[in-house]
Design a protein around this ligand. Structure first.
Ligand code: FVH
Length: 311
């Protein structure tokens, strides 16, 4: 008879608690720790069968596989100080899903290995809590050769989402995770500005009786459709980056400079803070000022990647 697998989850914020629930749903023997023992998630999980240890060293001592999901690298260091004192990480398989930079991941891997861990996997969660355990959830992981990872560890990751392995550099998962988040936050910056402008239009329509006054519905639908239709442009940007191509491709920088300046002016006219897009306007001005007006976004990529070194 095979026994159920076991795991310890450290950090029960909104994401950590969701990971813990996914383990219970997958019939794991679950041990949990959270700095604040009064968090409602702690009691919830205990009532569903998890074991809570108030001392983090005991929680880590309970199992071989430990999943960390804390707010930051600093939180991880703070939480683990008493464990290091007791040499409590020896022999553990650590999966650290705390968001951080590539160098933070590399530095954590160095001291984890000094502490005697059996394996250190660094990762990032490409999902919201609602997506955990569904096919839409991706878990970016790196630091070890996938072929050397035992099945039990792979299963512990797969409970949370589809694993995406990025090789043996501990910083690689974080780099990919942050690159995805950069795309997301860039989209948020444009979308928030866009929705603010649409809100002005909706309010006017509401006042003069030509619309329902809402951004929800048709207006946000128009934005979603526009963004979806523009997504294939990313392939062209990627090609420009790989090839060092600065051709305009039908979108010369002077035209784009004027478009962004017009967005910023429209924001001012409508009493909206266009600050989220202003830095982009400044970069476009610079590219055109440097003589790139007839060329394309490749010139912007050149600047972002670091001048002439990009190709
Ligand atoms: N929530 C999300 O949608 C995103 C999706 C993508 C991945 N992220 C990352 O997941 C990590 C945890 O995020 P979270 O949403 O669970 O964050 P919070 O709800 O704010 O919970 C934070 C936990 O961290 C603990 N903590 C904070 N400081 C310390 C410390 N000094 N020592 C020990 N623990 C600490 C905190 O404990 P407490 O405040 O309850 O005592 C929570 O357990 C994160 O890397 C996201 O980027 C989530």
């Amino acid at each position: 008879m095979t026994s159920n697998p076991s795991v310890t989850v450290v950090g029960l914020g909104s994401m950590g608690a969701t990971l813990a629930h996914a383990y219970l749903k997958a019939s794991y023997n679950l041990t949990i720790w959270n700095r604040t023992s009064t968090r409602p998630a702690v009691q919830d999980l205990v009532s569903l069968g998890a074991t809570f240890h108030p001392d983090i060293a005991d929680a880590i001592g309970a199992n071989e596989i430990i999943v960390f999901c804390l707010v930051s690298d600093d939180a991880l260091n703070a939480a683990l100080a008493p464990v290091k004192e007791k040499q409590g990480l020896k022999g553990k398989i650590v999966i650290n899903l705390t968001n951080g930079t590539p160098n933070q991941a590399r530095s954590v891997s160095e001291w984890m290995i000094e502490e005697g861990v059996k394996m250190y996997i660094d990762g990032g969660i490409m999902a919201t809590p609602e997506m955990i355990g569904t096919p839409a959830s991706k878990i970016f992981v790196s630091g070890v050769n996938e072929t050397e990872v035992e099945e039990g560890v792979k299963n512990a990751i797969a409970v949370l989402g589809a694993p995406v392995w990025f090789g043996t550099d501990h910083g690689a998962a974080s780099l990919h995770d942050l690159a995805m988040l950069a795309g997301m936050y860039g989209m948020f910056a444009g979308a928030i500005t866009s929705l603010a402008l649409l809100n002005r239009a909706a309010r006017r329509e509401g006042e003069n009786g030509t619309g329902d006054g809402k951004v929800v519905g048709a207006k946000v639908g128009l934005l979603k459709l526009t963004l979806q239709e523009l997504l294939p442009l990313l392939d062209m940007f990627a090609y420009d980056l790989d090839e060092g191509n600065v051709a305009a491709n039908g979108f010369p920088m002077e035209m784009q400079r004027v478009a962004v300046q017009n967005i910023l002016r429209a924001c001012e006219e409508e009493g909206i803070d266009g600050g989220l897009l202003r830095p982009m306007g400044e970069v476009f001005e610079k590219v055109v000022g440097n003589g790139g007006g007839e060329e394309g976004l490749g010139r912007v990529m050149e600047l972002v990647v670091g001048g002439k070194k990009w190709k």
